[in-house]
Design a protein around this ligand. Sequence first.
Ligand SMILES: NC(=O)c1ccc[n+]([C@@H]2O[C@H](COP(=O)([O-])OP(=O)(O)OC[C@H]3O[C@@H](n4cnc5c(N)ncnc54)[C@H](O)[C@@H]3O)[C@@H](O)[C@H]2O)c1
Length: 272
Amino acid sequence: MEIKDKVAVITGAASGIGGAVCEELARRGAKYVAMVDMSPEIVGKADEVNRNCGRLAAHAFQGDVTRSEFRNQVFDTVCGEHQMVNVCVPAAGIVRDSLAVKVNRTSGAVEMYPVDVFRQVTEVNLIAPVYWAMETVARTAQYRHQHGLKRWGPEEEIQGAIIFIGSVASQGNKGQISYASTKAGLEGAAATLMKEAIFHGVRCGVIHPGYTDTPILGALGDEYVEKHVLPETQLGRLIRPEEIADAICFMISNQAVSGELWADAGWHPAAA
Ligand SMILES: NC(=O)c1ccc[n+]([C@@H]2O[C@H](COP(=O)([O-])OP(=O)(O)OC[C@H]3O[C@@H](n4cnc5c(N)ncnc54)[C@H](O)[C@@H]3O)[C@@H](O)[C@H]2O)c1
């Protein structure tokens, strides 16, 4: 699928991987990139993307991706202008790391990971991306229905691509019970949408980045990265967000690609 002249909605776009995806889509000639994030920095980031590509491709939308009214507003605005969204990368995500069960050294009390925090991570990392993806499929289905188009067929051009951002943590990672559960959950959602959404001409895949140099890693701290991440990473360095953005654009543009892509810089943690 040609990225040139396509319409995209990217969440988590004010920072890290989402921001890099917007830069790369604009660089490759996307017509309209809706940059979605709850951070006010989204406005400056959209300006930066426009400056770098030399045209008005990026448009900032500030809000919380877990709110369905906000999601509707974004899609109403974009589809009002361009009818359909071709590319959706719901990249907004959070980490709230802690062991699943731990013993408090002073009191001796055994504590479980707090359920309200688990729910919050699930809202942002699993439910929201799935609904932004389904909204993309729904708007495409609506457009096709309104234009008398029935089941998509291979003789037609593919109309859309959704790429979820999983993680190497989807295979399990110490201290990441909520994060790992949500990222593994995206695999099930993508595998299902992959089967359903092609009816409307939309492809769906998951990329699993390894440790990537973005602000989300701040929660781990530099010392943890030095001691525990880099020694277990074959490349011996963090992945750059632009490398993940490049891999995502490959997944979007190469129609033969389906399923999951691991972009982990050769991360092979010890078993314990
Ligand atoms: N950096 C890594 O090592 C790594 C590895 C694997 C997967 N990922 C995934 O990549 C995605 C992007 O992460 P990143 O590394 O760029 O982190 P990041 O912290 O740089 O960016 C995340 C963005 O999401 C936004 N966001 C969070 N909650 C939101 C909400 N409710 N509504 C709207 N915006 C919200 C934040 O404001 C932030 O701009 C996440 O899904 C993350 O889980 C990151």
